[in-house]
Design a protein around this ligand. Structure first.
Ligand code: NOJ
Length: 559
């Protein structure tokens, strides 16, 4: 397999709204990010992925773009952006932009025009269909509750929106639209940005028959499934994009691809496919989901987790490249979900980081993960801001599918605002995020979970991440070694090896609070061993049998 810089990099995701506010309006901004570049440099990350910073009415916090070539006012100006890019590059940090082109905002000029009349030049930039017997064209549901179709009173036709009704889907069948998108991408690349994270890119091609989908659980509407995800045509579009745009630059690309299987993923990332560098798969994010998806009761099962993660590691070996993540701006905090955000917050945050950073693929750190930020529990639904959460609350309580207490309990576990509470910089007012009133309340645990207290503490989660990132830079095996799962059936331990030439990396993680006994499989032999990192002090030299403590993680290099 070819070596590329993006395989050797660590990406840090910034959700600009919640990262750092520089002007006291309660909303994070580009100048705030600039202020914190030295912090990110200290951490050692190579690439920053910025969640959308474009002009937007913020129905979905910037994932509804009204102008792809302007910066959102709350975040600053294009001059601020240029400065951010230059300052990041001065520090040898690259910038990856979020590209949201499955849909735009309904306030984008294209849609404003498209809505004007059936014959408008931009009509066909979006997906318009006639209803059936006063009902929407089909039973597809929106990812944010309700029907995926909205009636336009003027033309009496429906437009498709797989997300909110303020996020109409763009019509990729239209060649002129595709050209506009490619030109816009070139414009950003010419500015000097280093890549794109492509929002729900596997949903851009829709089956043109628009037939009904299958309804599951207590839902009224159907998940369109294959009719709108991983449709064969998506590959034509991505190959065209690659040819017209991506292949002309040395950049990093990652596609967000819900419901993708490893076989499908290879079609996006296979090295001879000329599409993308890697995709975000979601199988491990859906572990334990019931028919109601994330709002149902969910449980974490290590066995299922091992199975999914190993399948992805093995299936892509020698064929494509994995992205590695355990949380992002749409998911709960990883230490709350997969670890213990209470008594063992520090140990489990470090264990999860060890587990993830030693896998094969490009690791993504979501802001605050590196200091062990946790989920939040606001008492009232009124303290939540996320459109998906608010719509689900309304939907479930109005339909009597769940009591308010029940849906709140699901929101505490899986709601997106868990990840979006402001970054906790220090113990000052609002955790040092803003001088004003934060747009979303700060997690009250900032008195003990904050960056400032960790920078100088050599045992902090922050400094542990720093070490993990450095290890990747100094050990090729962490980037390119081949993955093998060991102790497959152990109920508590997730252990694996990575092999490169005559070296073996041995990664041992206890995913639980209770102690667990590790026994080295007899086929793993070595003459020399070196402990690369561990989240506990290790005094014994013995590795053939280890009594692992709560959430203990160790990585050995064997030769
Ligand atoms: C996926 C993004 O990550 C999410 O935040 C957004 O709401 C949807 N796509 C729609 O753009």
């Amino acid at each position: 397999m070819t070596k590329y810089w993006w395989k050797e990099s660590v990406v840090y995701q910034i959700y600009p709204r919640s990262f750092k506010d520089s002007n006291g309006d309660g909303i994070g901004d580009l100048r705030g990010i600039i202020e914190k570049l030295d912090y990110l440099k200290e951490l050692g990350v190579d690439v920053l992925w910025l969640s959308p910073v474009y002009e937007s009415p913020n129905d979905d916090n910037g994932y509804d773009i009204s102008n792809y070539q302007c910066i959102m006012k709350e975040f600053g100006t294009m001059e601020d952006f240029d400065l951010l890019l230059a300052e990041a590059h001065n520090r040898k940090i690259k910038i990856m932009m979020d590209l949201v082109v499955n849909h735009s905002s309904d306030e984008h000029q294209w849609f404003v025009e498209s809505k004007k009349s059936k014959t408008n030049k931009y009509r066909d930039y979006y997906i318009w269909r006639e209803g059936k017997d006063n009902l929407p064209p089909n039973n597809w549901g929106s990812c944010f509750s309700g029907s995926a179709w909205e009636l336009d009173p003027k033309s009496q036709m429906y437009f498709l929106h797989l997300f909110s009704k303020k996020q109409p889907d763009l019509n990729w069948e239209n060649e002129t639209l595709r050209k506009e998108i490619f030109d816009m991408m070139k414009w950003w690349l010419e500015k000097g940005i280093d890549g794109f994270r492509m929002d729900v890119i596997n949903m851009i091609a829709k089956d043109q028959n628009f037939t009904d989908g299958i309804v599951s659980g207590s839902n009224i509407y159907a998940d369109p499934g294959k009719l709108s995800k991983n449709h064969p045509k998506v590959h034509d579009y991505l190959q065209e994009m690659n040819k017209e745009v991506l292949s002309n630059y040395d950049i990093i690309t990652v596609g967000e691809t819900p419901d993708v299987t490893p076989e499908e993923a290879i079609e996006y990332v296979g090295e001879n496919r000329n599409e993308l560098n890697m995709v975000f798969q979601f199988e491990h994010m859906g572990i334990g989901d019931g028919p109601d998806g994330k709002w149902g009761e969910t449980t974490f099962e290590l066995k299922a987790f091992k199975g999914i993660m190993s399948k992805w590691q093995v299936s892509l070996e020698g064929k494509g490249w994995n992205s590695l993540y355990l949380n992002n701006h749409d998911q709960p905090r990883m230490v709350s979900r997969f670890g213990n955000d209470n008594k063992y917050r520090i140990e489990s945050a470090k264990m999860l980081a060890t587990y993830l950073h030693m896998l094969k693929g490009t690791p993504y750190i979501y802001q605050g993960e590196e200091i062990g930020m946790t989920n939040v529990k606001f008492d009232s639904i009124h303290d939540y801001q996320d459109i998906e959460t608010l719509n689900a609350y309304k939907d479930y309580t109005e339909n009597g599918k769940k009591s308010p207490a029940e849906i709140m309990s699901s929101i505490y576990k899986r709601g997106r605002d868990n990840a979006r509470t402001p970054f906790q910089w220090n113990t000052k007012k609002n955790a040092g995020f803003t001088e004003g009133t934060p747009w979303l309340k700060v997690n009250p645990n900032y008195d003990y979970v904050n960056a400032e207290s960790q920078l100088g503490d050599k045992n902090s989660i922050f400094n542990y991440y720093k070490k993990l990132i450095q290890l990747r830079k100094n050990n090729e095996i962490i980037v390119y070694g081949e993955y093998t799962l060991i102790l497959e059936n152990h109920p508590q331990i997730y252990a694996y090896t990575r092999k490169l030439e005559n070296k073996t990396l041995l990664v041992i993680c206890n995913f639980f609070e209770s102690c667990a006994k590790f026994v080295l499989p007899s086929n793993i032999t070595y003459d020399h061993k070196e402990l690369l990192i561990s989240n506990y002090i290790i005094t014994s030299e013995v590795i053939d049998e280890i009594e692992l403590r709560a959430y203990e993680a160790r990585v050995y290099l064997l030769k």
